[in-house]
Structures are given as C-alpha cells and as structure tokens.
Write a protein that binds this ligand. Structure first.
Ligand SMILES: Cc1cc2nc3c(=O)[nH]c(=O)nc-3n(C[C@H](O)[C@H](O)[C@H](O)COP(=O)(O)OP(=O)(O)OC[C@H]3O[C@@H](n4cnc5c(N)ncnc54)[C@H](O)[C@@H]3O)c2cc1C
Length: 352
C-alpha cells in the first residue's frame, strides 16, 4: 500500500498506487481475487514494468504485481514437453532453464526483459519468433465472469505485437502460461537475416541452443536491445513505437527513398519505426526534451534521465509520431501500455 509505480517500472516513472498487492502464492488466488473484486474493483496487473509508462499522478485503482514463480514439466507426444509456468516467472530465467534442459522453442526470445505472464499481452517476440508460436494454453482470471478459465491460442486474438488482452486491457489476468517445447539441443531454424549473418550461417540453419541464445544476446547488446542495470540508458522500455503497417502506396514511397521494410508473420508489410525516426532527423544520443533522450545506440529507444516526468515522456512520443506523420504520412503507434491518466494525453494510442 502507498507504493510508487516508479519502483515497479523500468522507466522508473509513475506516482503512487492507491492500493498495490504483490501476488506470490498461486494457491491464494481464489481468496485474493474475491477480496480485490469485492473491495476494490478490477485491477491493473504489473509484471516487471518493462513495457509500461505510468502516470505522474499514479493510479487510483487496484494494482496487482504478479510475482508468482515456478515451472512444472509434463511429457507431451512426439518428443515434446509441456511447461506450465507461473505468470510472475521471469522470461529470461525460463529461457535459461529451457536451454539447460535441452528444450527448443524459446531461444530467440533471449534478452527480452519481463515476466512470462506479460508475454502474451503484446505477443512478445523477436528475430522472427513470438511467444504464441509455442503457446498451448493460458490459465486466466476473467474479471467479467469472475471465473478462472483456460484459453487456447486461437481464442487470444494474437497478431503482430497484439492480442485480445491488449485490445481489452484489464479484462483478463494471466495466471499461468503453458508452452510446448521440443526436446532437442538444436534451436529452431534461423529465420532472421541479421542473426544468420551474426552466426555466419545461411537462413534455415539450426544452431545449438546455447550458440543461438549467445548470438542473440551479443546481437541485442550491439544493437542496444538489452536493459542495462545502470548507466545512462538504464531507464527505458525498449522500442517506443511499433513497426507501422504500410499501404502498398506507402511501401512503394518508402522503398523509393531507401526505407527499411519487412513482412511480419501475419503477412503485413511494415516499415521500420526506427528507420522512420532517423529519416525525419532523430539520431542515437539526441536530447528530445528535458530528461528524454534517444538511447546512445538507437533512436527508437527513448530513455529517461534526470528531471524527466511521465507527462514529458508521453508528450515526446506524441511529438515524434506527429513529426513522422507530417513528413511521411505514416502513423506510428506507441508500444508501451499507459497506466493511469497522463496529463495532456488524450490520444497516445492514436496519434493524429
Ligand atoms: C531493453 C528492452 C528490450 C525489449 N525488447 C523487446 C522485444 O524484443 N520484443 C518485445 O516484444 N518486447 C520487448 N520489450 C518490451 C517488454 O520487455 C515485453 O513486452 C515484456 O513481455 C513485458 O513484460 P513485463 O513483465 O515487464 O510487463 P509489464 O510492463 O509489467 O506489463 C506490460 C502489459 O502487460 C500487462 N500485464 C502484465 N502482466 C500481466 C498478467 N499476468 N496478466 C494480465 N496482464 C498483464 C500490463 O498490465 C501491461 O499492460 C523490451 C523492453 C526493454 C526494456
């Protein structure tokens, strides 16, 4: 109680939470959910806060910080293994576990901060893979029906960095995630050119699990995609904008000026949000507003430094998106979730 959201978000921004509970014991969930619903209403959920911009004024409703831990393994057909993981478990620790146990499927998500319970929210992914690729089911609390239910992937509306959980925030709290992995010391085929180049192998190669995760970590570090524990770039949420979908005409115009484009698993052609920012004049290390900078390694990661507020950070996102829109007619949408009401922000999710 009386805790500051800044202590639970990687941007270290956010005022007080009126009521914040850290949930650690899965067996206690029935009592907790009942008491929360009766006394406080529907809660917002926090994982490690690595994809959240929390308001300076804080959050007036209940907040549950998911800190449950644990992995249960069960054999599945065709030499596979189902892992059921508590929502508060760290994704990085889960990946270390799978590599040590010779379980293939999560290796390309190495280096992404956060909890496994948050990964389905934006269908967290990297290097051509996303969490929905290995998902078997989710155990969720549905605050509308007040029941704990199991959801299959096809019920979750997964897409590129999105899901039904993102579209209807707060309706479901994810309690457990079940993933199906392959027993193998070999990674899934490399589908991402940058990584293939870093490994010095052709696309489609299946490196050893440990080789694949090591290459991912090195590549992420070089590109400024890991979360430093201290230093000037430590306060961040990674990329601040999603790669925008392009109309055929936008794609053509972007290609004509040498723009970076790629097709995502959903078949949609997207522009690179980082390239667009650089194209309109932003560059790594640039000062954007008091306490808001582009990270030292990439324009698309905005970092918070001395003197920043959530309001300034949000206004900077708006300013950047409006600039890109004015020059290219392409709309950028912020990636992090907004928690609470950010002063002056009425339209962050749909920058005009
Ligand atoms: C350096 C850096 C690199 C990153 N790289 C990537 C990347 O490569 N790919 C990528 O996709 N993302 C990336 N991210 C963003 C982020 O790490 C992921 O989205 C991650 O999955 C968020 O986990 P979290 O526990 O921190 O979630 P939080 O930030 O705590 O929460 C994110 C959202 O999920 C909701 N939520 C959290 N837990 C639950 C739950 N149990 N039930 C219901 N709702 C919940 C929250 O309410 C919020 O809306 C990066 C971030 C950083 C800082």
């Amino acid at each position: 109680m009386g805790e500051h959201l800044a202590d639970h978000t990687t941007l270290r921004l956010g005022g007080p939470a009126d009521w914040l509970l850290t949930h650690t014991d899965p067996m206690a969930w029935p009592d907790i959910s009942h008491a929360v619903a009766r006394q406080h209403g529907i809660p917002m959920v926090l994982g490690h806060g690595s994809n959240i911009l929390a308001a300076d004024a804080g959050y007036p409703g209940p907040v549950i910080r998911m800190a449950t831990q644990g992995i249960t393994a069960r054999s599945a057909p065709e030499n596979k293994v189902d892992l059921t993981v508590q929502a508060g478990h760290s994704l990085a620790e889960l990946i270390d576990f799978t590599v040590a146990e010779g379980l293939s499927g999560l290796e390309y998500l190495a280096g992404i901060p956060g909890t496994i319970g948050a990964a389905p929210i934006q269908n967290t992914g990297a290097y051509g893979r996303q969490i929905s690729d290995t998902l078997v089911s989710l155990t969720v609390h549905d605050w509308l029906t007040r029941e704990v239910v199991h959801l299959l992937p096809r019920q979750c509306g997964f897409g590129y960095r999105t899901s039904s959980f993102k579209v209807y925030p707060a309706r479901w709290t994810i309690l457990e995630v079940t993933l199906r992995l392959r027993r193998s010391d070999r990674a899934s085929p490399v589908t991402y050119q940058h990584l293939a180049d870093a490994l010095g192998v052709p696309l489609g190669t299946t490196p050893l699990l440990a080789t694949a995760t090591e290459a991912v970590m090195v590549n992420r570090r070089e590109r400024g995609l890991t979360l430093p524990s201290s230093g000037p770039d430590a306060r961040q949420v990674g990329s601040v904008f999603l790669n925008p979908p392009l109309t055929p005409r936008q794609a053509e115009a972007l290609r004509a000026v040498g723009g970076a484009l790629h097709q995502t698993a959903d078949g949609v052609v997207r522009g690179s949000a980082g390239w667009l920012l650089q194209h309109v004049g932003y560059s790594p290390g640039q000062v954007l507003a008091p306490g808001v900078y582009c990270s030292d390694l990439r324009a698309l990661t905005l970092v918070a430094r001395e003197g920043v507020t959530a309001t300034t950070f949000a206004a900077t996102l708006q300013k950047l998106a409006a600039h890109v829109r004015a020059v290219t007619k392409i709309r950028l949408c912020p990636e992090p979730a907004m928690l609470g009401v950010i002063e002056g922000d009425t339209s962050l999710a749909a920058v005009p």
